[in-house]
Design a protein around this ligand. Sequence first.
Ligand code: HEC
Ligand code: HEC
Ligand code: HEC
Ligand code: HEC
Ligand code: HEC
Ligand code: HEC
Ligand code: HEC
Length: 305
Amino acid sequence: MTTRLSPFLFFLFLFVSQAIILQAQDEEAIMPESNHVCLKCHGHKYYSFFNEYKDLTERKLMNPYFVIDSVSYLQGEHKGHSCTDCHSSDYENYPHIADLKIQPKMTCVDCHDFEVIATEVKKSVHVEAFGEFFHCELCHDPHSNKLVKSDMAELVLYNNNRCLNCHNDADKYQVFTSHENPQLLSTHDWLPNQALHFTRVRCIECHTSVTDTSDAVHHILPKEQAVHNCNECHSENSLLRDKLYKHQLKQDRSEFNFYNSFILNDAYVIGANRNYYVNLISLIIFGCTLFGIIIHVILRIIKRK
Ligand code: HEC
Ligand code: HEC
Ligand code: HEC
Ligand code: HEC
Ligand code: HEC
Ligand code: HEC
Ligand code: HEC
């Protein structure tokens, strides 16, 4: 009887734990109360305010670059922050005081110790070309930045958008330079199956130096030093091991204690579907079912006699 029950209990356990996790996530995703003051205007395409001079309420178009998406804000790592943790509380008043525009805002390094990263950023092509004016927030939107670790497709997409946000947007690009932005599709047309590559590897795989520390993803090299050689990835000793797959490897190494040649020589290539827990759970379910059937058969044989 207990054997028959165990798959059921197992599923019950899964269901309950999942429900608890979802509940916890729901509770976490709440915007700090004070942010509503700002989002009343900055959360929408339009904003309204009372114009004392004209004695009437006006409705206007918000500058699209000043719209903060509250959904991605709540998914970011600063979701618990008030706007005024980083912006002056003088912003609560509208019209905003003119001076605020040019006052420095709180940046990543004001609150975090990212010294090693900052040193790497300084060596990158961008800072070499544009100096400190090329700041962290151009790639890390403080209103939505997050570190994607498990979902490989989302990880690649999210990270490539850090670069494409600017490299595919002539307006943003030309804040920095008067030349036209390079046509990425044609500059990468030597790469076969380009569309597939751009969804499977990050830009930084080819454009940064190869080391196994995460900080080095910030050392963006001149284009002449970008990875051009297929074997850098399509080989047993793939550079992807130290970069793209590092989170998975950390997990796999501690769980399986193996390291070599699982990336591009077995069917997995991307390793994303190699999830230890999914495997374990299906094994358990399979085991329980098999055990149930065996007991069932044995009982029937015994009963017949
Ligand atoms: C009544 C609407 C309204 C409210 C409320 C409001 N803002 Fe604004 N904000 C604007 C508009 C419109 C602009 C565009 C520039 C301007 O008109 O001053 C702006 C500009 C900004 C800018 C960009 C300034 C620059 O040019 O670099 C920041 C940052 C900002 N607001 C932050 C905030 C914060 C933080 C809050 C809440 C504490 C807030 N705002 C509340 C309407 C509003
Ligand atoms: C963790 C710090 C942080 C928090 C929290 C934060 N901001 Fe910002 N915000 C910044 C920084 C830094 C910039 C300047 C970005 C840049 O120069 O690229 C900025 C820029 C802006 C801008 C101008 C857009 C631009 O690209 O210059 C607006 C508008 C704005 N923030 C509104 C808000 C509102 C509204 C909230 C709360 C819902 C908020 N911010 C919360 C750090 C923060
Ligand atoms: C006003 C101070 C402040 C600023 C500015 C700020 N952060 Fe944070 N950041 C925090 C705090 C506090 C946490 C912890 C949040 C939590 O645990 O809920 C955090 C969390 C993080 C995390 C997650 C780390 C972890 O251990 O969970 C990362 C990564 C991060 N910030 C990166 C950045 C980057 C990149 C920038 C610049 C775009 C930035 N931060 C700007 C205060 C700040
Ligand atoms: C040219 C774009 C770019 C600039 C500029 C940039 N970063 Fe990054 N940063 C990235 C990319 C891409 C990653 C890789 C994220 C990943 O793999 O999920 C990253 C990762 C990070 C991480 C997470 C590292 C980890 O593996 O835990 C932090 C923290 C960080 N950056 C902080 C900063 C700070 C601080 C600055 C400014 C001094 C900065 N970044 C400037 C693109 C940039
Ligand atoms: C498979 C490796 C690889 C990937 C992935 C890759 N690149 Fe490149 N990229 C290169 C190489 C190699 C060059 C130099 C091409 C040349 O000069 O012929 C280059 C050139 C460039 C240039 C300079 C173009 C010019 O004409 O000045 C930019 C900008 C660039 N890449 C950005 C990106 C961005 C953004 C992404 C992600 C969406 C990306 N790259 C993904 C390998 C790659
Ligand atoms: C805010 C805009 C912006 C962002 C974000 C950005 N770039 Fe750039 N990038 C530029 C500009 C502008 C240039 C042109 C530099 C020049 O004129 O010398 C450039 C140049 C380059 C070059 C060519 C360097 C050379 O040797 O000619 C590469 C490669 C490159 N970027 C890769 C990246 C990657 C990878 C990312 C994301 C991790 C990224 N960029 C994010 C604006 C940006
Ligand atoms: C930065 C690492 C990297 C570099 C450099 C690279 N590739 Fe790839 N390539 C990949 C990844 C990852 C995939 C996706 C494999 C998958 O998910 O099926 C892929 C897929 C492919 C595919 C499609 C295979 C299929 O399943 O359809 C071909 C063909 C290919 N690469 C050829 C090349 C050639 C030729 C070069 C050199 C000009 C090259 N690649 C350079 C990482 C790389």
